[in-house]
Design a protein around this ligand. Sequence first.
Ligand SMILES: *Cc1c(COP(=O)(O)O)cnc(C)c1O
Length: 231
Amino acid sequence: MIDKAEIAERYEDVKSRIADARKRGESYHRRLMPDVCLIAVGKKQPVEKIEVLLELGHRHFGENRIQEAAAKWPQLKKEHPDVVLHFIGPLQTNKVSEALTLFDAIHSVDRPKLAHRLSAEMQRSGKRPLCFVQVNTGEEPQKSGVSPSETDAFVRDCVERHGLNVGGLMCIPPKDDEPSLHFALLKKMAERNGLDLVSMGMSADFELAIELGATHVRVGTSLFGPRGTNV
Ligand SMILES: *Cc1c(COP(=O)(O)O)cnc(C)c1O
């Protein structure tokens, strides 16, 4: 049984922590902080939990696997056509067409081949999703994302050569590192590239990310509780 009241409580808690973090950011930086879009990450969560947030009026959701999203979202989107779906996982080029059918924003544009395919599929489908370039701020060999030194050139290529609608940058800091260094770096790189949007911060660190200027936080377990293994 899904405990609706518990999810509603978690949702209120996350929203008030977001508001508080924004206020702290404003007093540190002595300027207005951007609005924050809360992306509720529904990966490996039962549809019933997602439905609780939909009933409460929440509209921005994230998924990290095309296959799982394709099983869950077409029906939910039919019931709630104003949902905005964010793809936050690694994207294979052979899944781009399906990604464009399902998703309104792609947070993981991380290599030239993917940018090229997105561009081709955009022309074919007429869709123009909001894109974030994923930056591997920790330069971890196993992690996706362009390296910080290549980011400016890659962003320019995505916009000028491929015609992508790049609105911002995204990062996932290394597990054992102080995330604030990565958040501050990503924010600086976005500003340097004239990009307004910054997708950073998850359950463990979204408040810190907001204090450092995040516009999009991706929160799963703090909203829905622990993830299942086989959803
Ligand atoms: C799973 C995931 C999240 C959410 O993680 P939580 O710690 O559950 O909030 C955020 N971003 C990405 C890219 C993810 O894969």
